[in-house]
Design a binder for this molecule. Structure first.
Ligand SMILES: [Zn+2]
Length: 331
């Protein structure tokens, strides 16, 4: 049966994955910073075992830039690179080093919602790797990948979108011109689902975790040093044995790694949005400047270097250059 004769309401064919589909029955996906094998598996509705088997490995460790195989037979969603052609009127932007999503929206004079509408399958707004390609939409709307299990009629009704307008925006003459895998632009339709998901992702990504667990030996704030003197403690001190691993409190890029006077061996990590975390008095530094670190990745080891009376970490969170009380950010 020719594709053009399939009715719009035809549902529930096998999951369609647009992009790089191989004869052996798998799609390719490039691992992004922050991806885990478990996360990828759940994204595609697959058991982790199926991914391990498809990639002929027993290790669940993946690294940004790795290409992994997504077995098609069992996949239920997701899309592999590269993306198909967008409808007329779209631009493309390749994310450069140091560029943020808000920088991109400013540059093209579009709203964040518009950008999300044109790229509703982004895994994150803040952790996109350099080189990722973004579609720049001509205005507000939602870009969907056409497939048989997409109920376009219901979608249009839900958003009170005009079908004639949709045909015109995509320069097609009839719904029969729609092909599986084709990107279809729905002008004026709000990307509600993607916005809600990305807001949840952002909230998770902006959360700080404890870099080291142990006993808090000094809190943030003014502290009395005796003899009528005091100073302001810009972080918290957590005591732990020398050599205890220190993990990144949140993912980001290492902005400093080395000796820094009273801080001793210090690592600073810069996060999306501009916050910085500082990890001081380390016995050993395990990262270097410019390196991307994931949340919970080991960046160094507890020590007593610099101005310190015993093995502990001095931990700061800085926003716009000002140190905050870390306890207000840690759960
Ligand atoms: Zn301290």
């Amino acid at each position: 049966m020719p594709l053009r004769h399939v009715a719009l309401s035809t549902l529930a064919l096998a999951a369609l994955i647009a992009g790089h589909v191989h004869a052996e029955g798998y799609a390719l996906r490039t691992v992004q910073p922050g991806d885990t094998l478990g996360g990828i598996a759940s994204l595609y509705g697959l058991p982790v075992d199926a991914l391990l088997q498809a990639n002929q490995t027993t290790s669940a460790l993946v690294h940004p830039g790795d290409t992994i195989r997504i077995p098609l037979g069992e996949a239920t969603g997701g899309r592999a690179d590269p993306a198909p052609e967008p409808p007329p009127g779209f631009g493309r932007h390749v994310l450069a080093a140091g560029e943020t999503i808000s920088g991109v929206t400013e540059r093209y004079g579009i709203a964040l919602d518009d950008l999300v509408g044109a790229n509703p399958d982004l895994s994150s707004l803040d952790r996109l790797p350099v080189g990722v390609e973004l579609l720049i939409p001509p205005g507000p709307g939602l870009l969907v990948t056409w497939s048989y299990d997409l109920d376009l009629r219901a979608l249009l009704a839900e958003h009170q979108a005009d079908p004639v307008e949709v045909l015109r925006a995509n320069r097609i003459h009839s719904p029969g011109d729609l092909q599986p895998g084709m990107l279809v632009w729905l002008p004026g339709v709000e990307p509600t689902t993607a916005l809600e998901r990305l807001a949840r992702v952002r909230e998770m990504e902006n959360r700080y975790v404890w870099p080291v667990h142990g006993r808090i030996t000094s809190y943030y704030g003014r502290r009395n040093l005796g003899m009528g003197t005091s100073n302001f403690h810009r972080g918290i001190d957590v005591a732990a044995p020398t050599g205890t691993p220190i993990v990144a409190s949140r993912s980001g890029t290492v902005s400093f790694a080395g000796w820094s006077g009273s801080y001793g061996y210090l690592v600073r990590v810069r996060h999306a949005g501009g916050d910085e975390t500082w990890y001081a008095h380390q016995s050993q530094i395990l990262v270097s400047v410019g390196e991307y670190v994931s949340q919970n990745e080991i960046i160094g080891r507890v020590g007593s270097t610099g101005l310190s009376t015993g093995p502990h970490i001095h931990f700061e969170i800085r926003r716009n250059g000002t140190a905050l009380d870390p306890l207000g950010e840690l759960n």
